[in-house]
Design a protein around this ligand. Structure first.
Ligand SMILES: [Zn+2]
Length: 180
C-alpha cells in the first residue's frame, strides 16, 4: 500500500516538472486509484521514470503502463532469481548426496548417520514409496551385521541418476530391508 504522504510528495514532484495546472484534484484522485496498491519505493521509481521520460504531463494511462512494466520487470527478476537459486541448490544437493553416498559405500558412517542422511534426503518430497523421490533406496542388511547398501530406485527419478549403484529389485529385498 502506498503511504499517502509519499503519494502527495510524488504529485508535488510531477507538478514541479509539468506545471501546477496539469493535475486537477479530480485527476489526482483518479491517479491515486491506480497507484494506491504500489509500495512506496515502487511509486517513487515509477514517478522517477515518468518525469525522466515524459514530454508532457503523465496521464492515468501513462501510470497504468508504467505499473504494468514495473510488474513485468519484477516478475522476470523474481523468476531469474528463483531459477538461479534452484539450479545452485540442486547442484549442491546432487554433489553433496553423491559424496555422502560414496562414503556410505566405503563404510565410513554409522547406521545412525546413514539413517539421518536418508531422512534428510527423503524429507524434501514424498511420492515414491521406495525412495521418497530421492532416487536412492537406502537399505540395511536384514540379518546384520548392519551393512548399509544404497540402491538406485527403479522409479523415473531413480532412473535419472547416472551412477553405478545396482537397481533395487525383488531379489535384493530378500536380503536387505528399507531403512525407515
Ligand atoms: Zn523411487
Amino acid at each position: 500500500m502506498t503511504t499517502q504522504a509519499i503519494f502527495v510528495r510524488q504529485i508535488d514532484r510531477l507538478k514541479q516538472s509539468f506545471g501546477e495546472r496539469a493535475y486537477s484534484k479530480e485527476k489526482i484522485e483518479l491517479i491515486w486509484q491506480e497507484v494506491k496498491n504500489l509500495k512506496d519505493n515502487d511509486l517513487t521509481l515509477l514517478v522517477d521514470n515518468l518525469i525522466a521520460d515524459s514530454r508532457f504531463a503523465p496521464t492515468r494511462k501513462d501510470f497504468r503502463e508504467g505499473i504494468s512494466n514495473l510488474r513485468l520487470e519484477r516478475y522476470y527478476e523474481e523468476k531469474k532469481k528463483i531459477s538461479r537459486e534452484s539450479e545452485r541448490m540442486s547442484d549442491e544437493i546432487i554433489s553433496g548426496t553423491f559424496k555422502f553416498i560414496g562414503k556410505i559405500m566405503q563404510g565410513q558412517y554409522s547406521a545412525e548417520q546413514v539413517k539421518a542422511f536418508a531422512d534428510s534426503v527423503k524429507s524434501k518430497q514424498r511420492a515414491c514409496r521406495f525412495c521418497d523421490d530421492s532416487g536412492y533406496v537406502f537399505t540395511k542388511e536384514k540379518n546384520g551385521p548392519y551393512e548399509n547398501i544404497v540402491f538406485k530406485c527403479k522409479c523415473p527419478i531413480g532412473k535419472q541418476n547416472e551412477d553405478v549403484f545396482p537397481s533395487w529389485n525383488a531379489d535384493f529385498a530378500e536380503k536387505y530391508e528399507l531403512m525407515n
